[in-house]
Design a protein around this ligand. Sequence first.
Ligand SMILES: Nc1ncnc2c1ncn2[C@@H]1O[C@H](COP(=O)(O)OP(=O)(O)OP(=O)(O)O)[C@@H](O)[C@H]1O
Ligand SMILES: [Mg+2]
Length: 284
Amino acid sequence: MTEPILSVRNLRISFDTPTGKLDAVRGISFDLGHERLGIVGESGSGKSQTGRSILRLLPENATVTADRMQFEGRDLLDLNRKEMNQIRGKSITMIMQDPKYSLNPVIRVGDQIAEVFIARLGLSKSHARTNALEWLEKTKIRNAEQVFNQYPHELSGGMGQRVMIAMMLSCNPRILIADEPTSALDVAVQLQILLLLDNLVSERKTGLIFISHDLELVATFCDRILVMYAGQIMEVLDARNLSEAKHPYTRGLQACRPDPASSHEDIPVLSRDPAWLEEQVKTK
Ligand SMILES: Nc1ncnc2c1ncn2[C@@H]1O[C@H](COP(=O)(O)OP(=O)(O)OP(=O)(O)O)[C@@H](O)[C@H]1O
Ligand SMILES: [Mg+2]
């Protein structure tokens, strides 16, 4: 890994719920360099909340603490609202898991992308429009002109995802957090999006956090993998060495990949052991 762009130590996230406190992330530590860092784990393991906490995009019932969340010499948790707003959508951006909810429902999608160019890069309205259309085309949206003029509720899931991707990639961020960015896309479009993400990392020196439940996709696309379970990091792996994974949870995830050649009687069940929660990976 290169010099860290982001350094997170002992991150904890809990939610106040009507039935009591829920610990979603329990003391995780990791660094992000100029790399593609994958975060995998089953549903509810804390992947999205980890990503959202970096941008401080958690609801009011959440409590976030960390010994350190260092980015460009500053601790993100110490920044005030104004300082955080300057970082969001510029230095650090996030492609949300539910893009439709992240777009403003009453503004046409093209205008929302163009606004990024106007507000962040100071482009004129017409120049921003041209750039927004170009980015929509880069994400393989065929009828970019038409989509430009639509409202978020008029888009399919995959189109919404691509609009969000266009918006976030165009910011040229230092850190991009992509939360299941290709889950609603068909394989061909998925590949194009992965190429765009890859370009961002290799040409613009962005640090990418790629969140997914798809271990195989992450192993193919990323450089390193954090394996999360129940709000903790079970294992940190070099993506090339996935087959050398030691932790029983990672091996269980690998074993649960569907194999068309096996009969349905052979479908393995992912086993979990409470003792794992005592032994999470420590990064100093
Ligand atoms: N607003 C909230 N209030 C209470 N609990 C929450 C809230 N948001 C998330 N959680 C809980 O935090 C835990 C971690 O959630 P998170 O969204 O990070 O999971 P995930 O790993 O991204 O799962 P998935 O693969 O399904 O997206 C879950 O138990 C979830 O129920
Ligand atoms: Mg999630």
